[in-house]
Write a protein that binds this ligand. Sequence first.
Ligand code: DPP
Ligand code: ZN
Length: 848
Amino acid sequence: PQAIHLSDYAPPPWLVETVHLTFRLDPQSTRVLSRIRFRRNPAVPGDHDLWLDGEKLTLTRAAIDGQPLDLVPESTGLRVPAALLPADGFEWTAEVSIAPAENTTLMGLYMSKGMYCTQCEAEGFRKITYYPDRPDVMARFHVRIEGDLPVLLSNGNPAGSGDGWAEWEDPWPKPSYLFALVAGDLVAHSGSFTTASGRDVALNIWVRPGDETKCAYALDSLIRSMRWDEEVYGREYDLDVFNIVAVDDFNMGAMENKGLNIFNSRYVLASPETATDQDYENIERIIAHEYFHNWTGNRITCRDWFQLCLKEGLTVYRDQQFSGDMRSHAVKRIEDVLTLRTRQFREDGGPLAHNVRPESYVEINNFYTATVYEKGAEVIGMLRRLVGADAYDAALRLYFERHDGQACTIEDWIAVFEDATHRDLSQFKRWYTQAGTPRLRVSEDWDDGTLTLTFRQWVPPTPGQPLKEAMPIPVALGLLAPDGTEVQPTVVLELTDPEQSFRFEGLAERPVPSILRGFSAPVILERDQSVEERAFLLAHDTDPFNRWEAGRSLARDVLADMATNGSEPPQLFFDGLRSLLGDRTLDPAFVALALRLPSEEAIAEHLHGQGHTPDPAAIHTARRRLSLLRAQDLAADLGCRYHEMMVPGPYSPDAGPAGRRALRNAALAALSQLDGGARAAEQFYGADNMTEQLAALSALLEIGAGETELAAFHDRWKGDRLVMDKWFSLQAMLAPPDRAASVARTLAGHPAFDWKNPNRFRALIGGLAANAAGFHDPSGDCYRFVADWLLRLDPLNPQMAARMSTAFETWGRYDGGRQTLIRQELSRIEATEGLSRDLREMVMRMLG
Ligand code: DPP
Ligand code: ZN
């Protein structure tokens, strides 16, 4: 398959004004009638053929201005020769038929339990009808749906309905990837919202009958998102209705189709008994994310798929701001950095590293990545830090004013900031064009009242980019005196050169620097710091992120030492945690995060970065041991907090009670190592909410207990799909390393292992991949197991298979034996005949 290059971009010669679609729904043979008004693109002179994308369509007829055409479709579309096209525009009509019931890819129009549903981003619309399926072609859509189902939905505003039909009119021009259609036996949980300028908007969350009692939090999150976008970004909603549909079979989290968001049901449905605090937080975040796309993505969209970060990075940044405002900024920042490090740093450090704005792809679905999303959001955060909050607001106003209704590029985005702030941002653009996580090495020099900090930066080579240029790095920094008072409040240093020094003069005593406050740039900070200094920052830093980071880096180094040379943890480590645990002024959610030990994956990544070959088994053992020693050392304090953090009264998913449960459950997991699981079993059977029940089950599994509870959990929840996903993933994730493959095989043989459902597949295969020591068991059993499943899924759902193949992306970190085993599996996949373009591209990139 051909790679597509950013440098080959050419504007479309033909633009679309209006699209009329009629769907005659049928599972085996849905007919799609299209009437499309084309006009010449004034920016592209000359005569041009009309190219219409189309895949797996049966064309029954086509005409230009009513004149039938005799066209022979190619496998990827149709070409109408320029000679047949009236110079100043024409109307294309066509009829195709498709079989939604046979569509297992979950792209285009497909069926999920009797319900029709679409997913068009990035290139699914071409599986619905012939069309210039590219985001720089924006048009107004009118849709008529005919089908014997009670609910028929599409984008925009309702434009009439009757028995067996409904019409929808979307006044806002949009690219085809934002098209959506849903038809099924659905019920709505409804509400309303009045916009700042007084427009009444009907809000509906559509679900299958029986699920309507689980929609209240999603609706509440939507209303808060709509208000927040008005208050913070001055953005109002622009249609009479906003519909959200929950569907069980969905490849991604959710999709921002104009006026008709479609969601994976796990990010809509929640009740206290079935959803955890984490689920509630995710629902709030993703509802907000998709809603915010209405302006950053839909009203202003991307010129081409290379610009994906233009909408995703910005929208993730916006949903992070929102969650911080709704909950706690400190806790949110720590959670976001944890995600960035586990997912994006891992990607950046391996064979799949790519720019925030990639320069080529074979299959665009493979670039919905942590780099585009999470690093893309970090880049926006840095930009805001560099120009300041007010200038950021001014730039965003200019962005909306200048580009509303357009399909834009990163160049447009940067230009807005340059024009609004009169800064030269050409170096900043490297964040979009250079892959890899920058390393920042700091050294300190103290001389007679002056502290000199010297920063050296370098970016390691990544595939296709052996040499790197210096990055502009905002480093937020403060200085603390030995008694803990802050002698230098936060300043932002702007690094631009490979090496730079900064002097702080007139200091009475040598201060302790707090560097990269708030994680002001997505870099790896390398710093020689004593245990004492980190314990000091853990106790005194005024920046909550760095306070957490001090404890985190200490835990990481302690674990790295234990795993590599069998050393014992220093007492200071436990003492630091004890004072944190005892500090009642701290947010319990923060303390819970501070107690969380770095994951085995994080330690492996760190060791690899330090030039070691990580041993997954040794890391697992070290982490278990540190966890046990810590529980023993802090038993009394943990017991105390466990009781104190009990949350009385009815369940509420708000940040306050959720934080208390997080700390309580962290204490429970620790204490279970000492009491044989007695408390956990008690909590499991007594719990009236999923957060407490699942945490108890997890604590039991971690100590090798919980057989009875697993069975009880299964019996209680076997009818609930989303809860059963948790049952699968927890077991795969927490299986003892030497038994992981056999546990996974047993689970795969369970009658409820519906592997064609993406959530269920991800629960088991993703759960196993997250069990680092199990997955990397030296037998290679799990490698084989995962490869077998990828090969099985690939012909049905290539997008999911490709996504899950990232389980193998870290192979280069490990020893020769493991490398050989993983490469064998990757080569076996690569050699398979009929492999999808999606999975083939991933495997080839991983093999290098
Ligand atoms: N655009 C979706 C999202 O990130 C993914 N298809 O919201
Ligand atoms: Zn998005």
